[in-house]
Design a protein around this ligand. Sequence first.
Ligand code: BEZ
Length: 261
Amino acid sequence: MEQTWNSESYAKNAHFVSDLGMPVVEWLNPRTGERILDLGCGDGALTKKLREFGCEVIGVDSSPDFVETAKLLGLDARLLDGHHLDFSNEFDAVFTNAALHWMKQPDQVIDGVWRSLKPGGRFVGEFGGDGNVTTITAALHTSLKKREIVPDAINPWYFPTIKEYQSRLEARGFQVNEIVLIPRPTALPTDIRGWLSTFANPLITAIAPSEHEAFLKEVIALLEPALCDASGQWFADYVRLRFSASKPLNSNFRSSKERRE
Ligand code: BEZ
């Protein structure tokens, strides 16, 4: 079951994703004239910001809907899965916000980023880290198991620890400059139903359409005590993994895997 995106519902339920992306842009420190790849550019909100810094930006995303929306902003947006980057030594930086947790083959993605960067290039990003949406995931899994569905088989998300992701970056030859895990409970602009219908459709569509409403009601009831405050404000229990890494100038480096081959 694949995640599908709808730009309109994303704008309503999830505009905080790009609103909260500015600290990662600051870590990137984009400079006029730089050529930057925005990996998993979504609707292009941050791609546009990077262009406003005077950068030449290419956005890639695996969602046709997002790519079309980003193009409407006048951006160079291309339909491309982050597992299959086909650029070669051409970017000063690869930037990514809230996208890597959808890419379940991290080494393949890191390898493509490495090949895309010029020597000395930067890989800077943020995504869900260890502990991200634990409460939401637990409720979804409980309700899936009640319906005899094995959640781990269909869980679409990758939330690594610092240690794991740093090791993967270093195994490919990146120098990790900074990497942190940031608990960031996030107020939702609508409610948890909006979040679930925007972000959890691979789990919802695993059950019969006639069961969707009952399933959602059950998950929402499980989540309410933990994620909704007395005023009715809903939160998502986000934990972000933010990192900055560089491809060394002398990058004749071969990964430990390549050396074994
Ligand atoms: C996140 O941004 O952390 C996230 C988004 C969708 C599903 C799970 C996590």
